[in-house]
Design a protein around this ligand. Structure first.
Ligand code: SF4
Length: 159
């Protein structure tokens, strides 16, 4: 169990980041609190809010890479929170900026961004390309490099 003050700190972070990114903290309070609790446990254990919804062979190594420290790269690039902490008012994760072959699109279908003027602070072609390249390589997906590049260019323009 995380310290109550750490949980409170992460709760404040979640509501502030939701406001800043044009999302809401999942209206399903139980689901939201479970993620906030998981983030707080990682803060107490590791000193950083490592995403609680992934498995890591080595948590300390993962922290050095930074990509899954909340708000993670996926959230800041694609506005997609696979933990369902940052969602739409309906409690769904935004999937509009993900390619169709991404698991987010496959699970939830197309969920449009109700506030496209907010969030996606890191949505630049090189960041999108790098994140998707890693995604494809880690899962051994057969997606042509050219397609990833084109997707990255087009998605970055959606600002
Ligand atoms: S998926 Fe990303 S934004 Fe959502 S809780 Fe995990 S680290 Fe935070």
């Amino acid at each position: 169990m995380a310290k109550p003050e750490t949980v409170e700190k992460m709760r404040r972070f979640a509501y502030n980041f939701a406001e800043k990114s044009g999302t809401v903290v999942n209206p399903n309070k139980e689901a939201a609190e479970a993620v906030i609790q998981g983030l707080a446990e990682h803060v107490d254990e590791l000193g950083k809010p490592l995403c609680p919804c992934n498995f890591y062979p080595d948590k300390l190594e993962e922290i050095k890479r930074r990509r899954w420290i909340c708000a993670c790269d996926e959230m800041q690039i694609f506005k997609y929170c696979h933990c369902l902490l940052f969602t739409t008012e309906e409690g769904l994760p935004i999937t509009e900026y993900l390619p169709e072959w991404h698991e987010g699109r496959q699970i939830y279908g197309l969920v449009k961004d109700p506030t496209p003027d907010k969030g996606r602070a890191l949505s630049k072609p090189d960041k999108i390309y790098k994140a998707l390249k890693e995604y494809v390589e880690e899962r051994n997906l057969d997606i042509p490099d050219e397609e990833i590049r084109r997707f990255a260019e087009e998605t970055a323009k959606k600002k």
